[in-house]
Design a protein around this ligand. Sequence first.
Ligand SMILES: CSC[C@H]1O[C@H](OP(=O)(O)O)[C@H](O)[C@@H]1O
Length: 349
Amino acid sequence: MKYDTIRAVLWEDEHLKLLDQRRLPAEETYIEYDEPLAVAGAIRDMVVRGAPAIGVTAAYGVVLAARRRYAAQPEGWREAIRADFETLAASRPTAVNLFWALERMGRVMDTVSGEPVAPLLAEAQRIHEEDVAANRRMGELGAALIAAEGRGVLTHCNTGSLATGGYGTALGVIRSAFEQQRIAQVYADETRPWLQGARLTAWELVKDGIPVTLLADGAGAALMREGRVSWLIVGSDRIAANGDVANKIGTYHAAIAARYHGVKVMVVAPTSTVDMSLPGGDRIPIESRSADEVLGCGGRPVAAPGAKAWNPAFDVTPAELIDAIVTEKGVVEQPTRAKMADMMKKPVL
Ligand SMILES: CSC[C@H]1O[C@H](OP(=O)(O)O)[C@H](O)[C@@H]1O
C-alpha cells in the first residue's frame, strides 16, 4: 500500500525486530530481541520511540517474556512474569500507550489456560494491526479538515511509520492530505535535542516523495507570520480527560505561536493515547532525559564545558489552544472534557 512501506517494529521468524532509530537516516539496521529486559532497554534508549510504537513493542515484549517464563516454569510462569511487566512499564513514563498495551496483554494473560505464547502473540499482532488501521482512518478524518488552499502544514517531531505500527498519526494525516492534493508542502521542525524531525520525519517524507522543508524549532512563528502554513499538525504521547495534550517538547511553543497567527492546531492520536483517568494535563508524568542530549548535537558535545541543561522530553499544550483532536473514533473540535468523554464512548469509525 502506498506510503506504508516502513515498519519500525517487526515480529519475524519468532523474534521481535526493531529498526534502530538512533542510526537513521544514515543506517537502516534492525536489532533482534528475545527477552523483555533488552526490549525495555530499547524503549528507554529510543531504539524504538513514538507512543504507539512503544505500545506495540511492549506487547511483543510480553510475548517474549511469556515464552521464557513458561519454558522455565510451566506451573509458576504467571507469578514470574510480573517482574517482566514491571521492567517494561519502567522503561519510559509519558506515553500512556505503553501502559495501555501492558494492561491489554495482562487481561489476555489472566484468562489464558495452558501454553500462553500463541494467544499472547495473537493479541500483540491485533494491537499492531489495529494501530495501523486506526492510523489510516485518522489519516482520512484529519485530511478532510484541511482545505486545499495551496498552503503548507507544519509538523513537529516524528509521528510517522517510525512512531507507530505503520503509516503514522499526524504524518498519516499529512500522507492522506498530500495524496488528496490538499497540501503541497510540509514544513518539519528539526525537533531538538533528539532531531526526530530532521532525521526521521524528513527520511520518511523523502522516501514517500512528499516535499519536506526543515526548519529550526525557533523558526516556526516566523513561518506562520509569513502565512505559509494553514495547520500545525502534531501527535501526542498522552491526552488527559479534558483534552490537554502531552507531546514532544516544543509543541506548546508552536501552539502558542499558531494561536497568535491564526494557524489551526490539529492533534492526531489513537484512543490508546487518551488517559481518561487524568483530569488535566498537569497530572501527566513528563519524562526528563539526560542533559547530554541538550549539551551535545548528533552525539558530539557542543555546549561550553561547565554549562548545565534542562531536558524535559515533553510539554503539555492546554486544550484551549487545540482546534481539533483526531482519533479513530472521530474528530473532537475545541476539545472539552464532555466532548472527549462522548468521543471515547463511540465505536471505531
Ligand atoms: C505518533 S506520536 C509519537 C510521539 O512520540 C514522540 O516522542 P519520542 O520521540 O520521544 O518518543 C513525539 O512526542 C511524538 O509526537
